[in-house]
Every structure is written in structure tokens, then in C-alpha cells.
Design a protein around this ligand. Sequence first.
Ligand code: SF4
Length: 739
Amino acid sequence: MAKLPVATDQLIKKFGPHKAYTPQSGFYGAHEPDRLVKTHCCYCGMQCGIQLKVKDNKVTGFEPWMEFPFNEGRLCPKGVQRYLQNNHPDRLLGPIQRVEGKGFEPVSWEHAMSKTVSEIRRIQEKYGNDAFAMLSGVSITNEKSYMIGKFARVALKTANLDYNGRLCMVSAGGGNKKAFGLDRSSNSWADLAHAEVIIVAGANISETFPTLTHYIWQARDNGAKLIVVDPRVIPLARTADLHLPVRPGGDSALFGAMLKILADNDWLDHNFINNYTSGFEETIAAVKDYTLDWAEEQTGIPGEKIMEAATLWGKAKTSFLLHARGIEHHTKGVDNVLSCINLVLATGRIGKPYCGYGTITGQGNGQGGREHGHKCDQLPGNRDITNPEHRKYIAEVWGIDEKDMPGKGLTAYEQIEAIHRGEIKGLISICFNPLVSLPNNNFVREALEKLEFYICIDSFLSETARHADIVMAGSLHEEEEGTVTTAEGRVVKINEAVTPPGMARRDGEILMELAEKLGAGDKFSYASSEDIFNELRIASRGGTADYYGITYKKIVDNMGVFWPCPSPDHPGTPRLWEDRKFKTPDGKAHFNPVPYRPASEVTDKEYPVVLTTGRVVSQYLSGTSTRRIGKLVDQYPEPLLEIHPKLAFRYGIKDRDLVRVETRRGEAEFPAQVVETIREDTVFIPYHWGGKHSANQLTIGSLDPVSKIPEFKVCACRLIPMGYKALDVITKTAYQSGL
Ligand code: SF4
């Protein structure tokens, strides 16, 4: 073993070998790893390559994976700390059952399984199959996502399956399908680095997708102009050529006005529009009244800045447009996405080198998780569950009668509403924490308490899991083999580093046993994750998300394969649409008219301030994992209310004063962070925390009519200054646990 630096020897003496850590080298000394496992970060949709150090079946540190192509060893603060979730003292080590008045008590797997199956049977016999619903996250592998879709329809026989991508990427998916007939970003990141103009709309890349920033810096080094659209001066905006501080809810007015400027100045690609698109005339007609004065009124952005943005975009030869939740988390999320796509199509800058369009997926497998039949209206290969041909094909792959396949079910928030109404009586959830991540979470809590039986599969006891009757200890990312699909559309391989600790089990094995006990064991007799992937390949064959030509070996040999990849000899498709054959019924890319409409709740005298929510760099989604990692907690220990100095002055609020925020759904108190980097009419709160620190006590449960995504990014609030400084008396533990 290498000689240790003196300081590290002392650390080991003081804290023991498991806590002797240095930021430079991960764990030291006794932690000389048994092996390094090449895999990927478990958090955002970049899915950066990483090597995990493994010692005695524990993940003890990491090494950069320099050769992996898209991050080349770079990691963000979450990636650097991600290994600390493994071996965490809060980790669930076996099944537990809630006992009235006593909290949770350990039970055997046999009991947990038989209780769950008997409750599923009881509820379904009494109320019908759809009265037992399923919800799942997509920070999971493609294999698990595929298996969950099949489990819900074949073993549980319910229509009511949905996923937490419903809070994330569905508006992008809805827009992509309408415009292109296929739901994927159009290019690999390599094209981004050479684009002449880049628009980043509603995407706090530096905090939520940090390693992508490298490609934007490369583009800047190559002379690109950067336009950032965001109500806050997010880190990326601080170095942008142009920042457009849009009022939350004003995005489609901005993009519509820009489209009118492109048309007025004939900054259009007529050849592309005439030969490869449809709907152009109607779309231009829909923005004919979008003058700069009107757009300024709707967006709060000075008209000359809108003109400057349109001019930069219009005159460029190459360009890239990226967006994320900032424009998607709206009751008009799909409209906002379509208004972005209209700009791309008008200038014909897609399917060519250095020209593209992309959605940033916040979740680890936000892309793959929306392709394999995990959504309430979807079958594998991104097929439609209401389409008779699609149903027939998948029923054959699954070996069931098509008539036995349930139809379209309820989306995630609609399920909660149905539970609240008493229509859904039982729930199985896996890696999903709706009590933190869904809007109006007092309503969500009431719904969870109405369930007759709730079974949760997770690695930690999340806020939502505390409402379960049975919690089954499942697996972490590093405890299962499989694949995930990055935001680029690149399928990469996750390698198992360690086995689940204690009596915890792999999620896939839990589902297989439940399926067997529900009488569908013969449909779930997989010997390995590769077995599941090979079935997924067949199920996706001929669908728009076609993985048929992708194998584990091909992924490893090529460090990822881009779908669609329809045959074994196909190299994959890093850049879509070079052939101009779009997947819409008429084979053309579709312009879509986007008439402007306001948000579902606008400010008024009673609630005069706009509330918007988002993320911080050190936390991931509902924080179930990252709120347990001390260094990430230290970085941003509590949710703060960002407020502009002028708005703060109006209310007499000073930095770190406690402020009560009230909406029509609830109220909560947050320390103020007085910053000049936010619009004067808007306040911002990050949403990663639960309990009384939850921003989602305040947000509104209004949904986009197409994607059914909730409007997290706009609601009306009022501010009550509490007149004293927030004290640092609330411990990290309280914040971590959401108390
Ligand atoms: Fe990469 Fe995202 Fe993980 Fe950060 S959180 S290391 S950007 S995959």
C-alpha cells in the first residue's frame, strides 16, 4: 500500500478508515480499491462517465474516466460526491412495515411480498384493476423502465401507470412529436461547440447540467454568440452576449415576436420551408400582431433586446437552441416548446453540421425513461397505447392477448387527484418522491393518507415513503447493471459496482418476484439485465425510438450508441434529420401556430408577486439522495427566497430576514437572499426540500392540456416580512429530513 501523507494517517486515527477523506483523492489508506468500475454518474441527464472505487463490496471513492467522450473526466459537485450515497447510514437494508403508533418495523421479505400481493388482490377484486396504480421515477435504467411498463400492464393489469418525467420532460416530448414525429434532441453535443449562435432558454445549465457548460465555452472560444432567456441572471447569463430576462409565462410571446421579425426581414430558409415543412403560413399568420411593443408588454423584455436576439439568430449560418424546464414547466409548456421549434424550422437549421435543437433532460434517464412504455399513454419504442397496430405488436412481444392489455391511464398528478377523489385505492411507487416534487403538496399528502394500501420501493426513506404501509429496500444505481440514454440520445452502459447491502434487493428482482406472485412469472423470467435489454430491443423495433440494432457489446465498444439504430449493422444516429425524412405522417417537419395565452394564475392585488421555482447545483430532484450527502448540504443547506433589492426594499426585507410566502395553496417561511440577479417582479425558491421547507406547498396543480405537466414555473404569491433575521439554529439534520 502506498505510504500515506501524515495528515491522512491522523485522519484515519481520528475518524477510522471509512471517514478519512480528502477531496483530492477520495478515500485513502485502507481504501486502496479492490477494483475500479467504469460506469456513469447517477444524477442528471448528462450521465457523465465516472470510475467508482470499490473496496470490500462498498463504493469508497471515484476516479475520473478521462477517455469517456462527452465529459472526458469532468464532473460537477454532485458527480464528485455521488459515491457517498453508497454505504450511507440512512440506507434501507430490508423491508419495513408501518405499524400504527409505532412507526416502521422490520419485516421479512416473505411477509412484505405476501402482504403486498394480498392487498393488490383485495383492492383489485373490490374496486377493479385500475384502482391499483403505479408511479415511478426515471433515474433508473432503460431495462427497469421497460420492465415497469410491462409489469403494470401484464402483472398488475392496471391502466394507471405513470412516471416522474411527467414533471420534467413531457412538454418537450409533446412538442417534439408534434413537430418532428420523434422525441429526441437532434444532435450530439459535438455540434454545439461549433454553432455560430446559441439560444439557451429556461435552462440553468451551469447548475443543473454543469458539464455541458464546457461545450458552450468551446463554442464561445470559437466565436459563438450566446443568448440566454431566463427571469434570473443565471451563471451562464453573466457571460452571455445577450440576456433576455423574460417574465415567467412570457416565453411564447418572446419567441412568437422573434418569428415575426424573421419573417418581416426575410431571414428565412425558403428551400427548407417549401420542401420539408408544413404549416408555415398558418404559423406566421398567428404572430402577425406580435409587435415589439406588444411583446415588451407580455415579456417585460425591452423591445430592442428582442430585436437584437432575432437579428443574431436570423443572420447566423449555424445555430443551436437548447431549452429545459424554464419553458416546459407551464400550462402552455408544449406551446412554448413549439414556439422554439418554429424558430429552428423557419431558418432551416436542423439536420446539418453545427445546427440543431435540444431538450436538456434533468433526470438521469430522462431520455430513455420516456421511450420504453413507462408513460400512461405509451408502449415500448415510443409507441401509442391507443393505436391498434402498436398494441398488437407489443402484445405479441409480451405473449399476451391484445384484449388483455389495459388502455391509456391517468398521468401522475391526475392519479393523485383520483386518489383524493377515492377512485384509486392502492399504489405502488418506485424511486419517486411526489410529496416533495409534485405541486400543491398539502393536497398530495392528503391523497396519500387516503390510500387503503401503499407499497413503496426505494433505497432511502423519502418523505413520500413515510406514508407507505410497506417499504421494500431497493437498489441504488451502482447496484444494478443496465443502460441509460443521455440527453443527446446516446445509449450508455451502467455497470454494477457492488451488490445491495444487508437484505436490500435489486429493484428488478423485486418486480420479478411480485410478478410471479401475481401469476405472471412466465412473462418475467429474465436471467440478466441483458436478457431484458434484448427483449426491449425487439419491443422497440420499428417504433420511432428504435433500439433494435443496439447491443451491450456495441455500446461498450463504441462508448455509447445513438438511437435510432434499427439494425445490427447500423452505426446509430448522432445527428437526426440529415435525410430530411421526418417521422410525422406526411414526412415533413411541422410548424405549429402558437396563439399566446397567459399563465393559469396571474398576479393581482391580493397576490401581487410572481413565484417561480427551480434547482441549485448541489441538489438533485427531491433530494432523497443529495440531502443526505454532507458536503452537498453544506454548499446550500436550506432553501432561500431570492428577491431583488428593489422588491425587498418595498417590503422592508433585508438579506437573511425571514419571509413568509403565501399563495392560494399554502404558506411557508424562507430566509431572504437579496440579489440583483432576478427580475424585480419575481421571487425564486429551489424545490429540493420537503416538509415545511417545501416550495411545492405553494405551487399550483394546473396542468398543460397536452403534456399534463404542472405549472411549477408561475404562480401568484404575496410576501409577509417576518421582521427578524433567520437564525442558524435549524440543524442540517432537520433540513435533511425535511422536518
Ligand atoms: Fe455529470 Fe450531471 Fe453527474 Fe454532474 S450531475 S457529474 S453534470 S451527470
